[in-house]
Design a protein around this ligand. Structure first.
Ligand code: SAM
Length: 297
């Protein structure tokens, strides 16, 4: 492997006692960076969301390292074991199943625990379905001067789903979200009923895979598009264009502003409760806004 790795990769030191958070491919195994391969070759061990899944990627690149599973059921315990390795001065990497860890994937809690113990967490950037889709959605991003809001997976629960959809419809920002094949019909049905016809919907399907396809649709075209059986399969990123109605404001800007006004007067939990009831935000979303307003000081 070292034969094809350019010398410049060795010029940057890889600090010991650190966790390297490594982006991996979202489909095509070729979408891993040279630096990611270099780091994976240098670390003492690799923690994975799913060791069987990551083993295939590592086998492909002939990387043999001790693997450790860190998933939501053993996260605290496994993170402590990993931290013990860091205490011994080792370097470890973390791989989620696909794309960038922490983006609708595990990783954030591990990073928080490792950072909380005073160890470095180092990002090794690379593929993500989010950036892949945005890089080819063109007109929608152009209309918003490149701004967007990312919602991850929309809520499962009907009421929360409808509230989130309503916020996306009202928002001046384009809304980007992830969707899985088994929920796609339901989501498209709701979008086709609720989204005004003048809005655009961009669908990025199976990025970097054999049956990759992207298309711009109007709400009335969603259900006919779905009738093609192939279009119901695979993984999806969906972008809803922003509203250009006068007065449409990005709710996050409003909620962030309110959090800023409240931050010196109450705790994060109380701020989050107010944001969530006023703006219909999910609890964790509201809490994050509250926390970051406190951190900004
Ligand atoms: N961490 C990943 C990232 O950086 O993109 C996302 C992981 S999330 C659990 C998986 C979701 O990402 C899928 O349900 C789909 O919505 C989206 N996704 C992942 N791979 C994709 C691909 N090749 N094409 C389109 N969407 C994809």
């Amino acid at each position: 492997m070292d034969k094809v790795i350019p010398q410049f990769l060795f010029e940057q030191e890889l600090p010991s006692a650190s966790l390297y958070v490594v982006a991996s491919p979202i489909g095509n195994l070729g979408d891993i960076t040279l630096r990611a391969l270099h780091v994976l070759n240098q670390v003492d061990g690799i923690a994975c969301e799913d060791t069987r899944h990551s083993a295939q990627l590592l086998k492909h690149y002939d990387i043999r390292k001790p693997l450790m599973a860190i998933h939501e059921h053993n996260e605290m315990e496994a993170a402590n074991i990993l931290i013990d390795h860091l205490r011994n001065g080792e370097r470890w990497a973390y791989l989620s199943d696909a794309g960038t860890p922490g983006i609708s994937d595990p990783g954030a809690r591990l990073v928080m625990q490792v950072g909380g113990q005073g160890f470095r967490t180092i990002p090794i950037p690379g593929a993500s379905a989010l950036t892949g889709a945005l890089s080819v959605c063109g007109s929608i991003l152009l209309a918003s001067s490149g701004q967007f809001q990312f919602l991850g997976f929309l809520p499962n629960h009907n009421k929360e789903f409808d509230q989130t959809l309503e916020r996306m419809i009202q928002s001046a920002l384009p809304s980007v979200f992830y969707e899985s094949p088994h929920r796609l019909s339901k989501t498209f049905l709701k979008l086709s009923k609720a989204v005004p016809e003048e809005r655009g919907i961009f669908v990025a399907r199976e990025l970097s895979k054999k049956f990759e396809s992207i298309c711009h649709l109007k709400p009335s075209e969603l259900l006919p598009w779905l009738e093609h059986p192939n279009n119901q399969k695979g993984e999806f990123v969906i972008v809803l264009s922003g509203s250009n109605k006068k007065g449409a404001e990005p709710e996050h800007a409003d909620s962030t502003k309110l959090a800023g006004l409240l931050k010196d007067h109450m705790g994060s939990r109380d701020i989050a409760a107010i944001l969530s009831s006023l703006f219909g935000l999910k609890k964790n979303e509201a809490y994050e806004i509250a926390i970051s307003s406190k951190e900004k000081g």
